[in-house]
Design a protein around this ligand. Sequence first.
Ligand code: DGT
Ligand code: CA
Ligand code: CA
Ligand code: ZN
Length: 574
Amino acid sequence: MDNREIANILNQIADILEIIDANRFRIIAHQRAAQAIENLTENINSIYAKGELEKIPGVGKAIADHIKELIETGKSKAFERLKKKIPVGVLELLYIEGLGPKKVKLFYQKFGVKSIPQLEKLVKSHKLLILKGWGEKSEQNILRGIALYKRFRKRFALGEVYFLSHDIVTSLKQSRLTDKVTVCGSIRRGRETIGDMDILATSKTPKKAIDFFTSLDAVEKVIAQGTTKARVILRHGPEADLRVVKPESFGAAMHYFTGSKAHNIHIRKMGIAKGLRINEYGVYKKSRGKLIRIGGRAEKEIFQSVGLDWIPPEIREDDGEIEAAQKGKLPKLINAGDVKGDLQVHTKWSDADNTILEMAQAAKERGYEYIAITDHASAIGVTKGLNKKTIVNYIKAIKRADKKINGIRILAGSEVDIMRNGDLYLPDSVLKRLDVVLAAVHSGFRRPEVEQTRRVIKVLENPYVHIFAHPTARLINKREPINLDMETVIQAAKKTNTILEINASWQRLDLNAIHTRSAVERGVKMVISTDAHATNQLDMMKFGVLTARRGWCEKKDIINTLPLTRLLKVLTKK
Ligand code: DGT
Ligand code: CA
Ligand code: CA
Ligand code: ZN
């Protein structure tokens, strides 16, 4: 943690203290300390190393202990406790420009505002005008702050914008005002979060295509509109650009707007070394002082011009893909069509809505060979979870369902909670009877790294655990990953023949792409599972596949690409 991060947390603490009406002196003490740390010219970590935290002006014993805890563990218990005292939505209000803790407190305590949409509604109702000193101008300031926040602060989860982007592409195609249309940017690369949406098209009537785009139902507000380009804010979504380009530039623009920026810059430099100019309009060669176009209609021409094979968008991060392409050693990435089954699915037997047969039927409709029903076995939270008594009937029910349905095999599994000490919620004698055992962390998220890693390794060493599910337990934009030494966990997975899950739910995407790539490099096998709690959630598989591709996975790295008989062998091998 650096000076800014620590100051930031102290400031947030002061803000929360203010909102909950804590002691004035406590509030001021935190603000002062934050200020002093922001103004430091020396790195706070070296001050800590010298044992001189209390020499910082405004930093007393209590705050020094606090900073120590932040530096040593990356977390602060007191801060976590404080955050629980007010709704998360109230904290989020503090991010809006022009809103300090005093105003947030007023909205929260006097008007019961707990989220940004609620604040927006309150302002638009003009109820704030009854307050002394409030006028139309103050209302507009808040609304502008909210618009800014929405635009700049929030990155959307991939799953929140993916289908919308494809709907927009479909609408543009059906309008017949465009010829080619594609999504570019971070959505095409399958990043886990998205800043904005980039759409590209060709058209014989660009102006009409742009007008059609800006008048779509999904558009909340038009920010800019020209004859070949428009930028809009989407309802409940990010901003989106449509660019209409000439057909001969479509491939070049597609490459440019897909990015990443770092990848583009690397390719452009390779072009320069070959005497080429590569930009969003095409590939050009200088000849007798003139630029002559030599490509740009198709995306692969950009790669060809610098002597490379076409590189899949998911790995265009300038993270070794260009070097791999130079050596003809690009990975043959896994495809959605390679997936033959889903190995994490929930039913009415725990916290989901559908029956075993309904889930199996839905999996069969998706062309799968097998599905594992893996209801929760949990001491906490999940009310209707399995225990060592009920699991007997559960396994029987799965076997009955399996007999009833043809054309797909239903495996009996469970997602078993990892207890405090690294034991599992079910005893080995029960685990033994299941076809697939998943172990997962659902509690004790904030342990220090050494302890958490030890807890997990103990689980991987259990001979009955096949799969370590959603390894870091993070929720995108909601919950931080647990403190795991992932390198050690990956090595332990290798040693114990444990499969690591890539949880395909867009809220999780866990393992993430970076950890996935480490696992690939170490030869650790993975599984892509949806964690579906309803039949339609089986379609989350595509997000898992995108993440696997971003992690350079080939078919051989992922066990649920195997046909049933070979899968069963892998599951007994431990
Ligand atoms: P995002 O929107 O933050 O999730 O990420 P991207 O990758 O979609 O980034 P965005 O929307 O700012 O730009 C789309 C693509 O345009 C980006 O991936 C690469 C390209 N691009 C943007 N700015 C530059 C630039 O300054 N130089 C180059 N070479 N390419 C750029
Ligand atoms: Ca973008
Ligand atoms: Ca953009
Ligand atoms: Zn569940």
